[in-house]
Design a protein around this ligand. Structure first.
Ligand SMILES: Cc1cc2nc3c(=O)[nH]c(=O)nc-3n(C[C@H](O)[C@H](O)[C@H](O)COP(=O)(O)OP(=O)(O)OC[C@H]3O[C@@H](n4cnc5c(N)ncnc54)[C@H](O)[C@@H]3O)c2cc1C
Length: 449
């Protein structure tokens, strides 16, 4: 039987093997269930420790799962039975800020919000802001190519990554990208590692691009629609106009009802869907007025406008409200912007055909939807039924030219659905890349692609 003696001796004080600790590091925030306890957790503090852990795992053919904060929703960080968990959470140093070049250099375990706070001291910001940004690590964001509310204007994580330090499956340490704005030397390995979900290498450090913090007054608008499809048409109109929202989010009636029960914000449940958008710029008042007009033209019955964040509150608490409502299974599909209305119509049809509520909130400006199926009990049958309905939703998104994951990644939960999106030749090309970086298949095996 495999023992951890050699590992413990080589990485003094960094190896956890207590049952409570192993349990704590076994699962993530998803509904994926660990199949058994790992052998050990490496709570790394340096890149060299990560490399030593990977070399040990490679020598002993031990599967490795990589972990930031464990807020992932796709089961990617769940431990393997008898495996090694490599946790980056303690590699949480901000190494340098270079305001002249709008760059910040960090270790992989830094919490996303701390990067933005450090940038704010220089009037800058780290733009990608997943709703989990007070817990999630930048390594996890990079591995999942995380999105967030501000991403409709500033792009998702990949658009903010300039360079990476990565430990490969044989323990080699490589550096990708550069600090320059332009760079065409070699393949774009930085982009390859972003979104690779711990399957190609372990990100230990990153150089990130910062943006100036937006100046001007924040003006928020909120529009109520008679159907989610008409709200979808408004989103398409706004995203095809010359105004660029800082935030553009949608909640359907079922999610509004759940939010209002959890944390009343005065939202009306009269409409079928609510669209909330924000502009922050010297022209924000005028831009919000244009957006309000486009909403009315698409059929909005009611449009409010206000300064500040108050109209966004309901959207911010929607994830927590759904969790508080009870067990649920949700997905993370995305469709091209011009197909949003079709996707909402399809959701209504699935809900009616299957006689099940599908509360949906969406990073609408990015065409990214989070439909949830509420599960009434914890039985395997109830989960299987929810998965069946989520599959119908996923198939519909694919038919509209969409994707099975807009921001959470494939992880273990969506692994079986990858072949619905990637044809055999494309999937084989992915496998060749995987084999080149990880020939013995020790890094996050059987997940991602
Ligand atoms: C309440 C809530 C709200 C959320 N909102 C959003 C949202 O708005 N947008 C969004 O995109 N996601 C969201 N998420 C999902 C999750 O927070 C993101 O996927 C986040 O990027 C995960 O970061 P983490 O540090 O927790 O990673 P983990 O959960 O620890 O890991 C996630 C994946 O990344 C891999 N990984 C982690 N660190 C590294 C590393 N250093 N090197 C290589 N691979 C690594 C893991 O193996 C795993 O596959 C939300 C989750 C919750 C619970």
């Amino acid at each position: 039987m495999m023992t951890t003696q050699e590992l413990t001796e080589g990485l003094q004080g960094r190896i956890l093997t207590g049952t409570d600790e192993l349990l704590r590091y076994s699962s993530d925030a998803s509904r994926a269930i660990p199949q058994g306890l790992p052998l050990a957790v490496l709570a790394a503090r340096t890149t060299q420790e990560v490399a030593a852990g990977v070399r040990w795992a490679a020598r002993n053919s031990v599967p490795v799962s990589v972990r930031g904060a464990g807020t992932g929703l796709a089961g990617g960080a769940v431990a393997y039975p008898g495996g090694l968990v490599i946790s980056l959470a303690e590699m949480d140093a901000i190494l340098s800020i270079d305001p002249g070049n709008r760059l910040i250099e960090v270790q992989a375990g830094v919490v996303t919000a701390d990067i933005d706070a450090a940038a704010a001291e220089y009037g800058l910001m780290y733009a990608p802001d997943p709703a989990s940004y007070r817990q999630s690590t930048i390594g996890g964001n990079i591995a999942t190519n995380a999105g967030g509310l501000r991403c409709v204007k500033y792009g998702v994580t990949t658009d903010s990554v300039a360079a990476l330090e990565v430990v490969l499956a044989d323990g080699e340490i490589i550096r990708t990208g550069s600090k320059t704005r332009k760079n065409v030397v070699g393949y774009d390995l930085t982009s390859l590692f972003v979104g690779s979900e711990g399957t190609l290498g372990i990100v230990t450090g990153a150089t990130l691009r910062l943006k100036p913090r937006p100046a001007g007054t924040a003006v928020t608008f909120r529009a109520t629609f008679p159907s989610a499809a008409s709200a979808g048409r408004a989103v398409t109109a706004i995203m095809n106009s010359s105004i660029v929202p800082d935030v553009l989010e949608l909640m359907d009636r079922a999610s509004v009802e759940i939010v209002e029960k959890y944390h009343p914000t005065g939202l009306s449940t009269d409409g079928a869907a609510i669209l909330v958008g924000q502009f922050i710029s010297p022209a924000s008042e005028a831009d919000a007025t244009v957006a309000s007009r486009l909403c009315k033209e698409a059929g909005a019955s009611d449009v409010d406008q206000a300064e500040g964040d108050v109209l966004l509150e309901a959207r911010r608490v929607s994830g927590k409200a759904l969790d508080a409502r009870g067990l649920r299974a949700s997905c993370d599909v995305a469709v091209p912007i011009a197909r949003l209305a079709d996707m909402f119509e399809a959701l209504e049809k699935i809900s009616a055909d299957e006689n099940v509520a599908i509360p949906t909130f969406a990073h609408a400006g990015d065409g990214n939807l989070h439909p949830s199926v509420v599960i009434e009990d914890e039985s395997a049958e109830a989960y299987a039924e929810a998965e069946r309905i989520l599959d119908l939703i996923t198939d519909q998104a694919l038919q509209l030219g969409g994707t099975i994951s807009g921001e959470h990644g494939v992880g273990s939960l969506k692994f079986a659905s990858v072949s619905k999106q990637l044809d055999p030749a494309t999937r084989a090309a992915h496998q060749r890349i995987k084999n080149a970086f990880d020939p013995h298949g020790i890094l996050t095996p059987g997940r991602g692609v």
